[in-house]
Design a protein around this ligand. Structure first.
Ligand code: MF3
Ligand code: CO
Length: 243
């Protein structure tokens, strides 16, 4: 898991660095293919339930699972990039949202709050806590800042396959029992936060998830190992400080 996650993090950083005005999303996806191969891995997404791309690239009102194509990135866009790498039978899964040069104030806050909600969630990812503690950290921060949390898609256990139990929702269901976190679990924690309402729909391409109200959405994701001690963020990029 450490090796797969290290590769996934390196590819995410490399491809994110290429996001700039004028670039086609297809070019980013192609570049990801090259970087993943360079690490000796394969895309964990390509072919998963017939998913047709290497990565997910979701722009502005696109929430997740955006399909790369001829769209050109523009100044003022926010671009969510999701990269999953399979290496030696294990999967690393991570995502980030990049502001292209600049964006309006509310969208900037959305991106920052979503990132901070992931960090707050990670600090709750300790043995003895429950999945619900992770969910609550995300929901409280997102909704406390006037944003809303997507319900139809959730974080997940990840390992030899991409989606393993437990589900890791970004919201709390009050009367639902919630699994205890145990050392050795690896979880993909991935807040999806909308500037407007929580409602989403899937486009006719069968994949791209967009906000119903057309307002922007942000997405951050790390694969995290529960230990006897502090959480270990397996997809933390080399040389970058936490926070
Ligand atoms: N990170 C996403 C997830 O965990 C990406 C999956 S895209 C898919 O669900 F196409 F592979 F489904
Ligand atoms: Co995921």
């Amino acid at each position: 898991m450490r090796a797969a996650c290290r590769a996934a993090a390196a590819v995410l950083a490399d491809v994110a660095a290429e996001i700039r005005p004028g670039t086609k999303t297809r070019e980013l996806d192609d570049y990801a293919a090259e970087r993943i191969a360079r690490h000796g891995g394969r895309s964990a997404f390509l072919g998963y339930r017939k998913y047709p791309r290497q990565t997910c690239i979701s722009v502005n009102e696109e929430v997740v699972h955006g399909l790369a194509g001829d769209r050109r990135i523009q100044r003022g866009d926010i671009v969510s990039l999701d990269v999953g790498v399979t290496l030696d039978g294990y999967i690393g899964d991570n995502a980030t949202t990049v502001i292209v040069n600049e964006c309006d104030k509310k969208t900037k806050k959305l991106v920052e709050v979503t990132k901070q909600s992931l960090y707050a969630a990670i600090s709750c990812a300790v043995a003895g806590n429950r999945v619900r503690d992770i969910s609550k950290a995300i929901q409280d921060l997102a909704e406390g800042n006037g944003f809303s949390v997507v319900r139809e898609f959730v974080g997940h256990g990840v390992g030899k396959t991409m989606h393993e139990p437990p589900q890791v929702p970004n919201y709390v269901e009050p009367r639902r029992r919630s699994p205890e976190l145990l050392p050795g679990m690896t979880l993909a924690i991935e807040p999806m936060v909308n500037a407007g309402t929580a409602a989403v729909k899937v486009l006719k391409d069968g994949w791209t998830v967009v906000t119903r109200d057309g307002q922007p959405s942000a997405h951050f994701e790390h694969t995290v190992l529960i230990t006897d001690d502090e959480p270990e963020v397996l997809t933390w990029p080399e040389g970058k400080k936490f926070g």
